[in-house]
Design a protein around this ligand. Structure first.
Ligand SMILES: *Cc1c(COP(=O)(O)O)cnc(C)c1O
Length: 363
């Protein structure tokens, strides 16, 4: 039997959100059943890729789709796709100097590290990042002035990790891309809306399977048929080292279908589940708790707990991780003395354990 003990691992309560370092999310019974069907059967694999892609494209009202091993693989293979434009020579020689159109224009404020720098994935795909604009702004004009005959695509990262201030919109980037006949790639890895960015005019849109959609480890590239076909071609080249298994292809497809019918937990429900937790934490000396909405305005509510006593927030955060189960919180506000608890993947029993642990730590 598999267990935490077997490998000497600590159990983890994930109150931090969809964090890659903790395994991102948990899958549902239905998704597990789909993974199991995948694991227990054989398929004509190229058909499995094409047909699940077609099924998802229909659901997402777009021309085509291709499942990948991760959103990162989606970035690398989309970049390779727009550079190679369907050339088989390029698939087998992805970094050839026969092709000199390799520049990927990226707003400077989008050149972030989401766990890996965006730039590393672009370079893996054979692209060369050309930054547009400045650390605090990028306008359509800033994008335009970087376009040359060496430009292969515009890349737009839609994420809470990026600079939001004075940043052009996806629609504006799409207008520039159309004017110069360049493809627009949007990395929307953690975003919740699976329709918005193709509708805004992006040619390829990339999602991460285990984030909003709570699928198994996977990625998804959707968009214009021709481009998705070029992406699919990469599985004969650089895509091979990013292969996804049949179990996860089926599990992820199920997760997308379920996500579209039931969506994520509503913010209202999170508030309800948080209320007894807030009351309990407020009874602990040195802690002040309240409910706050997600900083990027998503329908996500979290507990914001202020360390008001002598013990600093950073020490409390460290102590929460030390015991078994290890409790992980959202640490972005720790410098301001605030610990955030994201309960999307936390059940009632775990909430009780968190309160108990906080009581012990604050004694
Ligand atoms: C998480 C994330 C990725 C990477 O997703 P993986 O599926 O883990 O490769 C890429 N871009 C952004 C903006 C992300 O938040």
């Amino acid at each position: 039997m598999i267990s935490y003990e077997k490998f000497g691992l600590k159990e983890v309560i994930n109150a931090s959100g969809r964090m890659t370092i903790l395994g991102v999310s948990k899958v549902s019974e239905k998704v597990l059943a789909a993974q199991r069907f995948g694991g227990e059967h054989f398929f004509e694999m190229s058909d499995l890729m094409v047909q699940t892609g077609k099924y998802l494209a229909d659901l997402l009202k777009t021309e085509d789709a291709q499942i990948m091993s991760s959103a990162s693989a989606g970035i690398a293979q989309s970049v390779a796709a727009v550079i190679g434009e369907g050339s088989l020579y390029h698939v087998y020689h992805p970094y050839t100097d026969r092709i000199d159109k390799r520049e990927i224009i990226l707003p400077k404020g989008h050149n972030v590290d989401y766990g890996t720098p965006v730039e590393v994935m672009v370079e893996q795909g054979g692209g060369k990042v050309v930054e547009a604009g400045y650390a605090n702004m990028c306008s359509p004009e800033h994008l335009e002035m970087m376009i040359t005959p060496a430009s292969a695509a515009i890349l737009y990262i839609k994420s809470h990790h990026t600079v939001q201030k004075s940043m052009l919109s996806v629609e504006e980037a799409a207008t520039v891309a159309k004017k110069y006949r360049l493809p627009l790639i949007v990395d929307a890895a953690a975003e919740e809306d699976l329709f918005k960015y193709t509708q805004a005019g992006a040619d390829l849109v990339i999602y991460s399977g285990a984030k909003a959609m709570e699928g198994p480890s996977a990625g998804l590239v959707i968009g214009k048929k021709e481009y998705v076909e070029w992406v699919r071609l990469q599985s004969k080249g650089i895509g091979r080292s990013m292969k996804i298994g049949k179990d996860n292809i089926l599990g992820f497809t199920q997760a997308v279908a379920d996500y579209l019918t039931k969506g994520n937990e509503a913010g209202e429900l999170m508030k309800q589940r948080l209320t007894p937790f807030i009351t309990a934490v407020n009874q602990i000396d040195g802690l002040e708790a309240k409910i706050v909405q997600d900083g990027a305005g998503r329908d996500i509510y979290r507990a914001s707990v202020k360390a008001a006593g002598p013990k600093p927030a950073k020490t409390i955060i460290t102590e929460l991780k030390e015991e078994n189960p290890a409790i992980y919180t959202r640490e972005y506000q720790a410098n301001n003395g605030i610990i955030e608890f994201d309960i999307r993947s936390v059940d009632e029993q775990e909430l009780t354990k968190i309160v108990q642990r906080l009581q012990e730590i604050m004694k």
